[in-house]
Design a binder for this molecule. Structure first.
Ligand SMILES: Nc1ncnc2c1ncn2[C@@H]1O[C@H](COP(=O)(O)OP(=O)(O)OP(=O)(O)O)[C@@H](O)[C@H]1O
Ligand SMILES: [Mg+2]
Length: 483
């Protein structure tokens, strides 16, 4: 398996290249030394001119001036007549004849016989003596004189060089591997910083609100590729930061506009409502159409007043305006809201399921009341008469540290086409009927916004015959739940 990381790959590539270079240098130096040593031996053999071999013709041969291990042989018509080797001279003073006559094996004999008498060096393995450099020259009386020098010393020199090469190259590879990995690691450090910063950005909630992007990666040399990546990344981060800031500013402007517009609409609306009320109370005879028109003005201005109030509330919640934080008696709230619903919808069956102990949550009582009213209003207006509505307060089924408030009905359910976006603004099913029943599609948007401002959550589950809205509210302000 080749290494996966860039650092591993670069280091491995470096090592492979260095190993190739070492191998080339090693092979070249060993071959050159080998050649050099052989040339030296050949030169020595050539200089001796077969003198030792020629001297073998008489007695043990003249070993004077011959180095240890010198081999000599005399061949007449490819048959060895004499062969001897200069034995190691242990004592410098001992000048006695120390050449030893040799009996050669048949293999050696044929190797010697095959040696061309060309005055050039040849490497031959002799069975008792090991590797020899041999040179054959024609003698004076038609014989062939073979002189040889042992290759042991030359081979040892070459082996020593091989060993030194191996140790030095291994050390060089080791040092290069460690230092190279460190160096590559240091060079790639800016890339790791880019990755860490990018990872940090992906964990930020970029979708909404004001986003503080992390500072870019520290200054890196723009002349290097890695530095260019860092610089480009920093520029990108700046652009994204600018874009996010502009988006946030325009969102803020839009919210302020919605809040201001809703707020400004309240005064003229109050005036319209007041004046239409005044006109309706006019004591004189008023034609039926005019009375009807005034009734409509009155009813629509009331409806518009609710709409404006809802929009203002949403705009304020959007702007993150903090809600009041007080101990809210959820049990009391449910009893009151259900009581109101029972009066408003006498044709529905209203059921309550409350814990024995009163339940309190931190929050804004008016807003929570509005949440409950919106849900109960929906359960009443979007279901036929005779529907049973069950309001329940208790710990959630999965034992989480929240209080759960649920409103369930056995009505027709939320139409499938709007089920997924039911909490969005101005989303309503069956537009014609909703408009007739006065709905604007802001009720559930307000529920979600208020519950969100209480750090709670809301979810819906709906099918024909059963619709449940579940609201979860933290039991204690950011603290330990009370159950
Ligand atoms: N209990 C329910 N049963 C069936 N449909 C429901 C129920 N609650 C809500 N819906 C559907 O969800 C839509 C959105 O509800 P939402 O309360 O946001 O708006 P609305 O009730 O139409 O108007 P508003 O509450 O602003 O007066 C409704 O129009 C209705 O179609
Ligand atoms: Mg509603």
């Amino acid at each position: 398996m080749p290494p996966v990381s860039l650092r591993g790959r670069l280091t491995a590539g470096l090592l492979v290249l260095l190993a190739c270079a070492c191998a080339a240098v090693g092979v070249a130096s060993v071959l050159a030394l080998d050649r050099f040593v052989l040339d030296g031996l050949d030169h020595q053999l050539y200089a001796s001119g077969g003198g030792y071999a020629a001297s073998l013709e008489h007695s043990q041969g003249d070993t004077r001036g011959q180095s240890r291990g010198t081999f000599g042989a005399r061949l007449v018509a490819s048959t060895i007549t004499q062969a001897a080797v200069v034995a190691p001279q242990r004592d410098a003073d001992d000048t006695s004849a120390n050449g030893a006559t040799l009996t050669l094996s048949p293999g050696d004999t044929s190797a010697l016989a095959a040696l061309p008498a060309d005055g050039k060096g040849h490497t031959v393995r002799l069975s008792w003596l090991g590797d020899y450099r041999l040179m054959a020259v024609p003698g004076q009386d038609g014989d062939t004189l073979v002189t040889g020098l042992p290759l042991v010393a030359a081979e040892n020199t070459v082996h020593r060089l091989e060993a030194v090469d191996a140790v030095v190259f291994a050390a060089a590879l080791l040092v290069t591997g460690v230092a190279g990995a460190l160096w590559v690691g240091v060079s790639l450090r800016p890339l790791r910083r880019v990755a860490a910063t990018a990872r940090g950005v992906t964990q930020l909630p970029l979708a909404d609100g004001e986003v503080a992007l992390p500072r870019g990666v520290p200054y890196t040399d723009p002349r290097t590729e890695v530095g260019q990546v860092g610089a480009a990344f920093n520029r990108m981060l700046e652009h994204v930061g600018d874009a996010l800031a502009r988006r946030h500013a325009s969102e803020q402007r839009l919210r302020r506009f919605a809040a201001d517009a809703s707020h400004e609409l309240r005064t003229p609306l109050a005036a319209i409502r007041g004046h239409s009320e005044l006109a309706r109370r006019h004591p004189g005879p008023v034609p039926a159409e005019v009375r009807h028109a005034l009734d409509r003005v009155q009813a629509e201005s009331v409806r518009m007043g609710h709409l404006v109030d809802d929009m203002l509330l949403l705009a304020r919640l959007d702007a993150g305006r903090p809600l009041r934080r007080e101990e809210v008696d959820l049990t009391r709230l449910v009893i009151d809201a259900a009581g109101d619903a029972r009066v408003a919808g006498p044709d529905h069956r209203w059921r309550l399921e409350l814990p024995e102990e009163p339940v309190t949550v931190p929050g804004d009582a008016d807003r929570l009341h509005q949440v409950l009213t919106n849900l109960l209003h929906n359960a009443r207006t979007h279901t036929p008469a005779g529907t049973t509505v069950m309001v329940r307060v208790g710990p959630p089924a999965d034992g989480e540290p929240w209080w759960e408030l649920s409103v369930a009905d056995d009505g027709p359910g939320i139409p499938e086409e709007v089920r997924g976006e039911i909490f969005e603004r101005f989303v309503r099913a069956d537009l014609g009927r909703s408009r007739a029943s006065g709905g604007t599609g802001l009720g559930l948007a307000i529920v979600r916004a208020v519950v969100g401002a209480h750090d709670g959550s809301v979810e819906v589950e709906s099918r024909p015959g059963r619709t449940v809205f579940r609201i979860r509210l933290p039991a204690v302000d950011g603290g330990v739940p009370s159950h």
